[in-house]
Design a protein around this ligand. Sequence first.
Ligand code: IMP
Ligand code: MG
Length: 173
Amino acid sequence: MKDKPEVLISQEEINEKIRISAERLSDELRDQPILFVSILTGAFIFTADYMRQMSTHCEIAFMSASSYGDSDTSSGVVKVELDIKKDISAYNVVILEDIIDTGNTIAKVTELLRARHPISLRVIALLDKPSRRINGFKADEVLFEIEDKFVVGYGLDHAGKYRELPYVGVCST
Ligand code: IMP
Ligand code: MG
């Protein structure tokens, strides 16, 4: 793998989509209780940028789930490694996910949180690879649909690396 992944989605494009999405969400849920649930580790940068574009109060909690282990292909078995402790029944929950691939991870997280009866529940994903889906999962909002390519940067990693890149890039192998 080369050292510098090629730019697929620039920092400016990401910022613009987040700004528009957060503005719409702020308008829709203004003055209502909002809890962002950020799916670690990949969504941490997306979450930080998204929250800073909100113009109404919002809270944050973190979850971590993994179906990948150490490899890049989904095992299909999703393990929740970090759960939120908060009672979510008084919140409009907004799950922020970095990328939806097979859909296994987000389907599991959504099912788990829905069972706790939040006021409302929605999923906003930075990236979506619809061609990879195996369970028909549809996010409420996707900022960028991409082809079936392995992407890194802006929080996403390959074997723990590249999360620090300010853009979404593709590794040429
Ligand atoms: P899923 O359960 O197959 O939908 O996988 C979702 C998770 O796999 C994401 O939250 C990412 O952590 C990881 N993932 C899937 N595709 C990529 C990619 O192209 N680059 C980096 N991580 C990925
Ligand atoms: Mg992830």
